[in-house]
Design a protein around this ligand. Structure first.
Ligand code: HEC
Ligand code: HEC
Ligand code: HEC
Ligand code: HEC
Ligand code: HEC
Ligand code: HEC
Ligand code: HEC
Ligand code: HEC
Length: 296
């Protein structure tokens, strides 16, 4: 389950914020700034996480271990400002807050959150816990959040459930993503206006998103010609649209249609499972989606 509390700010910062009430207010206030994303990793840094060179992070006195990792080594390559803005607030986060239950074994530095509070750098790569989340791997992103945050503070909301039991459209859900409730006569340029850019629209509720790290923000028509050609051909063959951003980049809704089945007249989804279910709201089945653009 995910949280409505995540709705307040752009990007990650809003993950756990904002009860429904707060959300409505914040939308009205139109306070959304289209924050420029900061690079998390400084350019030209090589990746030490493959576990080959221990001494990038450990001093040479003795075997690498807990006693001799180099203090503050993370921020020689990663920007704490970017972490603060895009992943989780650092500077203003008080772990002493009564709303936080810091579990045993989550270390602080001078009573403050630090990279190592949340990341336990596995010194060899572990695909099941790619971001080295302390205590991980976790089944869902929220299982990690709830290590410190209290479940009762947050209300789950699923904005993809858009039809009422009567089959009528549940207008309340639309505004989680759209600026205004789209109607049948709206031109798509109106229907398609979201509160935030697409990544932020989705990522205010979905944090762990490595599965598309090869794709998010890639300019489809500046990629290999064969990929672009196949992309065009797939849409033609299945008679579906796989929307790109205005500047032709791949974004969440290129692969996903986040609407409930039956809401839109043209869904741009191929439902081929016998029950017509579509677990991950994918436009093509998981088996076929990749071949939709790649000739693997
Ligand atoms: C990216 C930086 C980084 C690299 C590279 C790295 N380490 Fe570490 N290592 C750390 C940090 C930070 C800690 C402390 C982790 C903690 O407190 O959770 C640590 C802790 C350890 C520990 C103690 C673990 C424990 O749970 O007690 C061992 C053993 C260790 N490292 C061995 C190695 C070896 C061997 C290599 C090379 C193959 C290596 N490390 C490479 C950052 C690194
Ligand atoms: C020598 C530079 C360097 C140091 C030191 C370093 N990192 Fe990294 N880290 C990288 C690079 C490069 C990547 C890959 C970034 C990418 O692919 O965009 C990375 C990736 C990561 C990832 C994502 C994992 C993945 O495989 O995509 C996490 C989480 C991370 N680092 C945390 C840390 C933490 C916490 C520390 C401190 C213990 C640390 N890093 C120290 C350079 C570094
Ligand atoms: C309160 C917990 C928390 C703290 C503190 C924290 N992180 Fe993270 N970090 C996370 C979570 C959760 C993710 C996974 C986000 C995702 O995959 O989108 C993450 C992901 C990352 C990534 C990979 C992002 C990606 O999309 O590949 C890097 C790099 C990283 N953190 C570095 C750091 C560094 C450096 C610090 C200290 C300056 C730090 N983090 C402090 C929770 C934290
Ligand atoms: C290591 C403990 C820890 C973990 C794990 C953690 N947080 Fe936090 N978080 C904090 C602390 C400390 C604060 C500051 C609380 C305060 O000032 O009252 C905070 C505050 C926040 C806030 C600001 C809103 C608020 O409630 O004050 C958001 C949003 C947030 N966290 C989201 C997340 C998300 C999403 C995750 C999981 C991906 C996560 N946190 C995991 C410690 C954690
Ligand atoms: C989880 C986010 C989300 C929610 C909630 C949502 N939409 Fe959308 N909607 C989108 C996205 C993203 C697009 C952009 C076009 C696309 O991906 O097909 C869109 C596009 C549309 C379009 C234009 C379709 C087209 O083919 O151009 C209509 C109409 C629409 N939505 C109606 C609704 C209605 C009505 C609701 C509420 C019952 C709703 N949406 C709720 C994300 C959402
Ligand atoms: C208001 C919060 C919210 C927003 C915004 C949101 N989602 Fe979701 N999403 C949810 C919840 C809640 C679920 C149900 C998750 C569960 O039950 O574990 C979900 C489920 C999903 C799933 C299926 C998860 C699975 O396990 O297969 C996909 C895919 C998805 N969302 C994609 C998107 C995309 C793409 C966007 C942006 C267009 C988006 N979501 C925006 C809250 C949100
Ligand atoms: C290149 C296609 C592609 C793009 C782009 C993409 N996804 Fe996915 N997504 C998938 C596929 C395929 C799955 C099923 C993954 C699986 O089962 O391993 C999936 C699964 C998911 C799930 C459910 C499973 C999980 O990992 O939690 C969520 C939520 C989700 N995507 C959200 C997003 C969001 C948010 C974005 C944009 C930031 C996005 N996706 C962009 C292809 C994509
Ligand atoms: C909408 C089209 C589209 C879909 C669907 C898609 N890809 Fe891609 N993929 C691309 C583009 C564009 C690139 C960037 C390639 C380039 O720059 O030449 C890319 C890059 C990649 C890469 C990185 C290697 C490289 O050439 O840069 C991998 C791996 C990959 N895709 C695998 C997948 C998998 C697995 C799936 C199914 C889950 C998938 N793709 C679905 C368009 C797509």
């Amino acid at each position: 389950m995910l949280l409505d509390l995540k709705l307040l700010h752009t990007g990650y910062r809003g993950h756990l914020r904002g009860f429904i009430r707060v959300v409505a207010l914040s939308y009205l206030a139109a306070g959304f700034t289209m924050a420029q994303s900061l690079p998390l990793t400084f350019p030209d840094k090589s990746n030490p996480h493959s576990g080959e060179d221990c001494f990038v992070c450990h001093t040479r006195d003795g075997e690498p271990g807990k006693a001799n990792f180099i203090k503050d080594v993370c921020v020689t390559c990663h920007s704490p400002a970017a972490v603060d803005k895009e992943i989780h607030l650092l500077h203003d986060a008080s772990p002493l807050s009564e709303r936080i239950d810091l579990p045993e074994g989550f270390p602080l530095t001078n009573e403050k959150l630090d990279c190592l509070t949340c990341h336990s750098v596995a010194c060899k790569p572990d695909r099941s816990n790619k971001n080295f989340l302390r205590g991980g791997p976790y089944k869902t992103e929220l299982d990690f959040c709830y290590q410190c945050h209290q479940t009762q503070d947050y209300q789950p909301v699923n904005p993809h459930e858009q039809l009422l039991a009567t089959g009528a459209q549940d207008n309340a859900t639309c505004l989680h993503c759209h600026i205004k409730i789209p109607t049948a006569d709206d031109h798509p340029t109106i229907s398609n206006v979201m509160h935030l850019d697409m990544t932020a629209t989705c990522n205010k509720c979905h944090a762990l998103h490595q599965h598309e790290s090869n794709h998010q923000g890639r300019d489809l028509f500046h990629s290999k010609k064969a990929v672009a050609a196949r992309f065009m051909e797939t849409q033609e063959r299945h008679q579906i649209k796989m929307p790109l951003s205005e500047n032709r980049k791949i974004q969440c809704n290129t692969c996903h249609n986040p609407h409930e089945r039956g809401l839109l007249q043209t869904e741009n989804v191929v439902y081929e499972h016998p029950t017509g279910s579509n677990e991950h709201y994918l436009r093509l089945s998981k088996e076929k989606l990749c071949y939709g653009c790649h000739d693997l």
